[in-house]
Design a protein around this ligand. Structure first.
Ligand code: GLU
Length: 258
């Protein structure tokens, strides 16, 4: 049998939640069903999910994202439970098992822990389970934190030698100008190389609920494309669009691997 195609899919807080901070169940259910289906087709799937802090804030009924670190870390513990409960339920309804991996930078930088992590991923693939990854927000301190899951998804993709990284965003991809300000801004379908001009197209952080934005996505694409992994940034509002991508349609922005 040919080697299974290995896909890392990253989903951000703004895609997973409503502005109320509560989970967008309709979207999450669809995402789980598409990924479970891709898993059933013989592919190896890893989901890198954000939303722990955002969902925790919503579930605890806090008025806003806490400004202090303990506040955010506590919110993450609550939100992470809720997220995994949902993922396990909706993957499970499609007959697919999940496993949770909470990672910090030091797990990647320390040789022994990185090897353990690689082995755990490989075992999960062997067991036919879908690894679901987030940063270990509740223990991570600033020194050991990636801080954004775009970078984390790229690091994971590189670690497990993924064939593709798909970053689901609340925007269609990379535009040649800010599409919220310029109605004539056009989507860039393919980026052959991440030049200074490309980097200059990225604004600041995305939404109040997440930490990303285009800057961290381009940073992620740099890590993956340098490791030979093609990377796509696309809109996650309809998770079924992932099928279009898999079927070879041009969707989002493709960053060509070196
Ligand atoms: N790890 C954070 C969370 O799950 C999110 C980081 C990010 O927004 O990229 O809340």
């Amino acid at each position: 049998m040919a080697k299974a195609e290995r896909l890392v899919i990253k989903v951000g807080t703004s895609t997973l939640t409503y502005e109320t901070g509560k989970i967008n169940i309709r979207r999450l259910v669809k995402l789980c069903s598409v990924l479970a289906d891709l898993h059933n087709s013989g592919r190896e799937i890893v989901l890198v999910t954000s939303g722990a802090i955002g969902v925790g804030v919503g579930k605890l009924g806090l008025k806003e994202r806490p400004k202090d670190i303990p506040g955010r870390q506590a919110a993450a513990t609550v939100g992470q439970c809720e997220l995994m409960f949902m993922y396990d339920k909706f993957f499970g309804e499609n007959g697919v098992k999940t496993g949770q991996l909470l990672i910090t930078k030091s797990d990647i930088e320390n040789d022994k822990r990185r090897t353990n992590l690689e082995n755990t991923f490989e075992k999960l693939f062997e067991y036919g389970a879908v690894p679901i990854v987030n940063e270990n927000d509740s223990v991570a301190t600033e020194e050991i934190v990636y801080g954004d899951n775009d970078s984390l998804s790229a690091i994971v993709a590189r670690l497990i030698h993924a064939d593709k990284l798909i970053i689901l965003s609340d925007i269609d991809g990379l535009f040649d100008d800010n599409p919220t300000e310029n109605p004539d801004a056009r989507l860039i379908p393919v980026v052959e190389e991440i030049t200074e001009e490309i980097e200059a197209l990225c604004g600041g952080s995305g939404t109040d609920r997440g930490t990303g934005g285009m800057v961290t996505k381009i940073h992620a694409a740099r890590i993956t494309t340098e490791a030979g992994i093609p990377t796509v940034i696309m809109n996650g509002s309809d998770p079924q669009d992932i099928y279009k991508l898999i079927d070879g349609h041009c969707i989002g922005t493709l960053f060509v691997a070196k």
